[in-house]
Ligand binder design. Structure first.
Ligand code: SF4
Ligand code: SF4
Length: 377
């Protein structure tokens, strides 16, 4: 047998998790020919020793796909994680019951409060009869073993972790999106909270996959959830994680400091622009929703609809562009994102047709050369 995936301690949960896990969004990609292909991706990951499976109520059919994939497997051999967007106790508890039924299990190893964006949302979660109260009750009942929190807004996370009520924390962390770790790290270590990285490949924009995974593993985190779609993605990602351990200390140190380049400008979700926006447009979230288009357009559009404010609320003052340290044409890019996120089916059909006839990459490069941007894959 070849070399095995290494494991790390997931903070105070004391679970030993493999350094990479399966994130539940990839297996519902419209690029897969059918549902069974998603089941095979998860099974393949388990066969290769991946012991962390992450999903969410919000990922359409993903819980059911995973539920099918784990049938007949030793329940103790992997850590099963899901999450809910709902903030009140009764609704979050109901979501948990639906998760258990969809996954076809009696308990999940972890349930996470999903995507807490603002302080006001965190207050709802922490309030009496809020989502956290309900999950703590569920933990006493044996339905949940541990409780986590996830966000793309890392500033709210340190406060959440210092309540001492969360066992894990998940947020975007990659060679081009690294501020999150600085913001959360001390609070996580203070509270012995397990750190889970997501968006390691920056929603497919980082094409040096091995380097991106190894960059993340060079830091003091527990695991990373990778949105594998196919069994080939699983093979590639497992090989990258295993190969990390053959690097010299000098190579690891170089990786830790590496800043990878991407071919076009990319929103790093630093949210500096949002501090200057008089209309409180959730700019980074607009781009986050646009990134989802490549995987699942319906999911992307639902996420966009759920935002508090939308691009048409923008008054065009230009403050965001002045503020953006990465030189993004924020206003133009937001208008493009809005068009794509509200375009209905037309763009999906065009992209799928180009893919089917095998000229998508050529079309994408041509479009990019003319100043546009299409998703990588
Ligand atoms: S241009 Fe629009 S998004 Fe940018 S700061 Fe002004 S109102 Fe906000
Ligand atoms: S648009 Fe620029 S300033 Fe705003 S979140 Fe993205 S990278 Fe940061």
């Amino acid at each position: 047998m070849g070399e095995q995936l290494h494991k790390r301690r997931l903070g105070r949960t004391e679970i030993m998790v493999t350094e990479i896990g399966i994130g539940g969004l990839g297996i519902i990609s419209k690029k897969l020919p059918n549902r069974e292909a998603g089941v095979q991706t998860v099974r393949h990951a388990l066969d290769l020793g991946v012991n962390w499976i992450d999903t969410a109520r919000g990922y359409f059919d993903a819980e059911n796909v995973i539920g099918d994939a784990i049938q007949g497997r030793d329940r103790q051999s992997f850590t099963l994680v899901s999450k809910s967007y709902l903030r009140t106790g009764s609704l979050a508890y109901r979501d948990l019951e639906t998760s258990l039924a969809s996954l076809k299990v009696d308990y999940v190893d972890m349930y996470q409060v999903h995507h807490v964006q603002y302080q006001s949302e965190l207050e709802q979660v922490l309030a009496p009869k809020g989502a956290l109260d309900a999950l703590e009750t569920a933990r006493k009942e044996g339905l949940v073993r541990h409780i986590g929190i996830t966000s793309h807004h890392t500033r709210v996370l340190a406060r959440a972790l210092d309540t001492g009520r969360f066992d894990t924390v998940m947020f975007p962390f990659s060679p081009i999106e690294r501020d999150g770790l600085n913001e959360v790290y001390d609070a996580a270590k203070r509270n012995d909270v397990g750190i889970i990285a997501m968006k390691v490949l920056a929603a497919g924009k980082l094409t040096s996959v091995e380097e991106a995974i190894q960059f993340v593993l060079a830091h003091d985190i527990s695991t990373c959830a990778l949105g594998c779609t196919t069994t080939e993605h699983v093979d590639r990602d497992v090989a990258a994680a295993i190969a990390f351990h053959s690097l010299t200390p000098e190579q690891v140190d170089r990786l830790r400091k590496a800043e990878m380049k991407i071919e076009d400008k990319f929103c790093r979700r630093c949210r500096i622009c949002e501090l200057r926006c008089p209309m409180q447009i959730p700019i980074a979230d607009v781009f986050r929703c646009e990134d989802y288009l490549v995987l699942n357009a319906t999911y992307a559009r639902n996420e966009y609809r759920a935002l508090d404010k939308h691009v048409p609320d923008c008054i065009g003052c230009g403050e965001c562009e002045i503020a953006c340290p990465y030189g993004l044409s924020v206003n133009d890019d937001m208008q493009r994102a809005h068009r794509r996120l509200t375009a209905g089916k037309f763009e999906d059909v065009s992209v799928n047709t180009l893919r089917k006839i095998g000229i998508y990459d050529i079309a994408r490069k041509a479009y990019f050369a003319l100043g546009g941007r299409l998703p990588e894959r």
